[in-house]
Design a protein around this ligand. Structure first.
Ligand code: SF4
Ligand code: SF4
Length: 449
């Protein structure tokens, strides 16, 4: 079986983002294959763990992927402060006689944004609304590359390494079968220290906010990498409570047109025509015409403008998101008016230092938390969504009452569709198939036979 077929069979999707099917992404020829180990969102540590502990696997898989896409440069991007990870990767590169190089980045946010990483490594700006392929590159996250290594060994995607941090008894990095209830992950890390808590799935800047009452129906997927437990009254949740109407009123009454949101915008700094202050001005004057608002379509929603830059505490990102969704509903797309985009000469001086960002996010208390490592969760049941990726959902290929083994295919993507196969992450019995999820109850393998 070819590497692409193995990746397809194993159901590998982008583990660090929206879950783009990896077999489709790597079906290309490029100059640069870049492995993203930046993990730039504050507090997250799962990718660091993988780079420290699975460096041989990452280097081996990266070599094979490099051959597949015929890349003349294979580069692993990580932060220059990651001393242990750099050492581990260097050792593996030497041991395996590999030509892979390391790109050691400054410690800033959002260094791990694909467009920013490609610019840092190649000096080329991906056009707005474009993809790395437009400038001869393809990027995969380190977790994805590790999953590709597993696929090379005929092991499908069955588990995730998840950082559980914040207001929990024992902050940890745990190995979790796909479909494990998020509440069980929190419990296995000593439980929440507060009664009234809420959770961010992912990083504090771009992760999904989930209230405690909604956690019952939340399960670990192939794209999850972190659970941040905080007080439900934490600054990050309170900011989310502001309505769009209130944000518009704030823009009218308080936007001083200082321009800082645009000056600090990482996409503007690599040369994209993204000017959040102009969007705010339009909103302030009630000029909500589509042409002026089209820029919102190229906002990556990194949040720098509102969580770091704006001195007035306004919400340009959320206003962008609102208008972006409105334009998308009307089928309006971004069209580039030129081919080349030049980065700002002052870009290097406007990188957002991660430590300062952490203070702005009121997350200081959690910087020094030492994470316990190595624990593997074995849940009593998993609920595995048939759609964990961009594209179509898989179709269940098991029925109620079927006995399944860890690694067995339980959902298949139809020929010709873009999507990913789904596999059992524990041994057990299919106890339900509902709401696009397959529920498996744990059972010992000897009982199943
Ligand atoms: S930084 Fe804030 S106050 Fe300044 S222009 Fe942007 S939204 Fe307005
Ligand atoms: S969220 Fe703000 S800073 Fe980030 S890309 Fe959009 S406009 Fe720029």
């Amino acid at each position: 079986m070819s590497l692409i077929d193995k990746i397809h069979e194993a159901g590998v999707v982008g583990a660090g983002g929206a879950g783009f099917p990896t077999d489709k992404k790597l079906n290309c020829k490029v100059e640069y294959f870049i492995i993203n180990g930046l993990e730039c969102e504050p507090l997250l540590q799962s990718d660091k763990y993988i780079m420290r502990n699975k460096s041989d696997e990452i280097v081996k898989a990266a070599e094979e992927i490099g051959k597949l896409v015929e890349a003349s440069n294979i580069v692993i991007g990580l932060k220059k402060e990651y001393e242990k990870e750099i050492e581990a990767l260097k050792k593996s590169i030497d041991k395996l006689n590999s030509n892979i190089t390391l790109y050691l980045s400054d410690v800033f946010y959002p260094a791990g944004d694909e467009q920013i990483l490609v610019y840092e490594v190649t000096g080329r700006t991906i056009p707005p609304a474009g993809i790395p392929l437009n400038v001869g590159a393809v990027v995969s996250n380190v977790s994805t590359v590790f999953n590709i290594y597993e696929a090379m060994e005929d092991k499908p995607v069955m588990y995730k390494y998840v950082t559980v941090i914040g207001e929990v008894g024992t902050p940890s990095i745990i190995k979790v079968p796909i479909g494990t209830p998020v509440l069980e992950c929190i419990e296995s890390c000593g439980g929440a220290k507060l009664d009234d808590y809420a959770v961010i799935m992912g990083g504090p800047m771009m992760g999904k906010r989930v209230l405690k009452k909604d956690l019952e129906s939340r399960f670990i997927t192939k794209t999850d990498g972190a659970i941040i437990v905080l007080s439900s009254e934490h600054y990050l949740f309170n900011r989310e409570k502001i309505t769009i109407e209130h944000m518009k009123k704030q823009a009218k009454s308080a936007c001083i047109q200082c321009h800082y949101c645009t000056d600090m915008c990482p996409r503007n700094l690599i040369g994209h025509p993204m000017h959040p202050h102009k969007i705010m001005r339009n909103v302030a004057f009630g000029v909500e015409d589509e042409e002026a608002l089209k820029e919102t379509l190229i906002c990556c929603e990194c949040g720098v403008c509102e969580m770091y830059a704006c001195p007035m505490g306004l919400s340009p990102k959320r206003i962008n998101v609102y208008f972006k969704n409105e334009l998308r509903k009307k089928g309006i797309k971004w069209v580039n008016d030129k081919k080349r985009f030049e980065a700002s000469l002052v870009r290097d001086y406007r990188k957002v230092p991660t430590k300062r960002l952490i203070r702005r996010l009121h997350l200081n208390d959690y910087i020094g938390q030492v994470l316990k490592e190595g624990e593997e969760i074995i849940p009593s049941k998993v609920e595995i969504p048939l759609k964990q990726n961009i594209g179509a959902p898989a179709e269940a290929v098991v029925s109620l009452g079927d006995k399944v083994f860890k690694g067995q295919k339980i959902g298949e993507i139809k020929e010709g569709n873009m999507g990913a196969n789904i596999h059992a992450s524990i041994d057990g019995v299919v106890s339900d198939i509902k709401d696009g999820r397959i529920v498996i109850k744990l059972m010992k393998p000897e009982v199943i036979v």
